[in-house]
Design a protein around this ligand. Structure first.
Ligand code: 4AD
Ligand code: MG
Length: 506
């Protein structure tokens, strides 16, 4: 009976056949322990010399990492094993050999792993991330479809900028310049006037020549757009969507979170609680430390963080020295030596992270203290502000001068009715959106102010000329959401093949 690892529970005590790859092998006397993965999960498969043909045992003893194979055996429940089952092998057949698999168990640097992304995707951690990404995508579609939204595909070749001209990728469209889409929003607005409520879900492109942990050159955005929605209704929808998606992923991806060692407390809280809504003015008062939140301030918390980082650093340095001393002594048995080396590698990585924090925190504090009212938030400002919250927050009513041309202004003309959603645990912006300007004169003014070519926007202005209505929408950056949900240090692991400044391959 050919089955998958994900369905082993149905076959306890029975014989099954699995088709997969060898993710790990450990030989001991008369026994070979294989961790087999088949895409649906991971399973320990035990090959015993006295239970299989000699040729089969010889194969098991020497099979290379990531060789593909088929095997049959009996399913046993075993809670201690990965996935909760074990297969006692009766037969093992090689499908495709693999020798000297380049990704070993030892630590590899990020560049090496990214160069081998086509293979790296097979590792447990990447498997978990991609499954969570998939669960998020599926939940997003379910949410919008249930709410009566029509999915639309916006064009990728565009004639105009949406989110500023500095991040456009230019390409050649039959001899004319064209740009890869930065956002499907403007087309989404047109479609919302035809369908009422729509969402796009597609790739978007930003030529950002900076290496940050939040920026990709190609990323996927979900952009709902709703006719007759104001800013408050927009924020209600954002909250309902994130609650829905977080609840789904928490329910469906327990094993994946376990593999990632992800403490999901903050996600659970965020899946249920209301998200604080702050005006830009209120957010700035908190950011700069002038305003308390629940008895604490950003600067006070960062001060304490810095202190804790320094203390921990001292302890790590001490432990490193001790362990290195032991290794040099040379009296350790092989197992102990390996254990020590692994601990040293881990401590070195932690030390690097701590040193980075020690350098960053004072800079963040300085830039928060000196934040100029009227500016947009930078990545570090968001991180600092989110030190105060353990669920996402929504910051709305921004100075219109620093926000996109299409945002509606408040009655007093001072603020743009935009909203940014900032994720906790240091992640910052995951969503940007707002209510759209309906006044054709104010819109034209803004298009001029942003030095955008008016001809390219004539069709967009038609939406205001023929039956304009109040409307709103937003864009959720899929990779930013995945990074937060998985608590990853960088967005590069959230997408199968990342495209970013300095990386186009594999
Ligand atoms: O805030 P942004 O630029 O907003 C828009 O594009 C609007 N037109 C969306 C709308 O209202 N329909 O981008 C939206 C989100 C950000 O909050 C962020 O999550 C993500 O897209 N994003 C990026 N993700 C990865 N790499 C980049 N370079 C990103 N730029 C934006
Ligand atoms: Mg934004």
């Amino acid at each position: 009976m050919v089955t998958t690892i994900s369905r082993l529970a149905e076959y306890v005590g029975q014989q099954v056949m699995l088709q997969g790859w060898v993710a790990n092998r450990r030989n001991s006397k008369g026994l070979v322990f294989l961790i087999v993965r088949d895409g649906s999960g991971f399973c320990q498969c035990v090959v015993a010399a006295d239970q299989v043909a000699p040729s089969c045992f010889a194969l098991a003893e020497h099979i290379g990492l990531e060789s593909s194979c088929t095997l049959s055996g009996t399913v046993v429940r075993d809670e201690r094993q990965i996935g909760g089952f074990e297969v006692q092998v009766r037969d093992l057949q090689l499908v495709g050999a693999s020798q000297d698999y380049p990704i070993a168990k030892k630590e590899h640097g990020p560049d090496f792993l990214l160069d081998h992304r086509h293979l790296w995707l097979r590792s447990q951690r990447q498997w978990a991330i991609m499954r969570i990404r998939n669960a998020i995508i599926y939940a997003l579609h379910r949410f919008f479809q249930q709410e009566g939204f029509v999915q639309m595909d916006a064009p990728i070749f565009t004639a105009n900028a949406v989110e500023g001209t500095s991040t456009l990728f230019e390409t050649d469209f039959y001899g004319s310049p064209a740009y890869l889409s930065q956002s499907g929003q403007l087309y989404g607005e047109a479609m919302a006037m035809a369908m009422g409520k729509i969402y796009t879900f597609g790739p978007t492109f930003r030529a950002e020549k900076s290496k940050t942990r939040r920026h990709l050159s190609e990323f996927w955005m979900i952009e709902p757009e709703m006719a007759f929605y104001d800013l408050d209704q927009n924020m209600d929808l954002i909250e309902a969507m994130l609650h829905f998606v977080l609840q789904a992923v928490l329910k469906e991806c327990r094993f994946e979170f376990q593999l990632l060692n992800r403490d999901t407390t903050v996600l659970q809280r965020s899946a249920e609680q209301r998200f604080p809504r702050l005006t830009y003015e209120e957010a700035v008062a908190l950011l700069t430390g002038r305003q308390h939140h629940n008895g604490t301030t950003t600067l006070g918390l960062l001060e304490a963080d810095l202190e804790a980082v320094r203390k921990r650093k001292e302890a790590v340095v001490r432990e490193l020295a001790e362990r290195q001393q032991k290794l040099v002594g040379g009296s350790l048995r092989k197992g102990e030596a390996n254990f020590n080396q692994a601990a040293i590698d881990r401590l070195k990585q932690e030390l690097k992270d701590l040193e980075e924090d020690e350098a960053n925190i004072p800079q963040w504090m300085a830039s928060a203290r000196e934040f100029r009212f009227g500016n947009d938030f930078g990545g570090s400002d968001e991180t600092v502000l989110m030190r105060l919250f353990d669920v996402p927050i929504m910051v709305y009513n921004w100075p219109h001068e620093v926000k996109a041309f299409y945002l509606k202004r408040t009655a007093d003309g001072r603020w743009a009715k935009g909203v940014d959603v900032l994720a906790p645990e240091g992640y910052g912006e995951i969503i940007g959106g707002g209510e759209r300007e309906t006044d054709i004169n104010l819109l034209t003014e803004k298009i001029h102010e942003h030095k955008l070519p008016m001809e390219a926007f004539e069709w967009y202005l038609d939406l205001r000329r023929y039956g304009s209505v109040p409307h709103s929408g937003y864009g959720l950056g899929l990779e930013r959401l995945v990074a937060w949900v998985c608590r990853l240090p960088h967005v590069r692991e959230t997408i199968p093949f990342p495209r970013m400044y300095g990386r186009l391959t594999p």
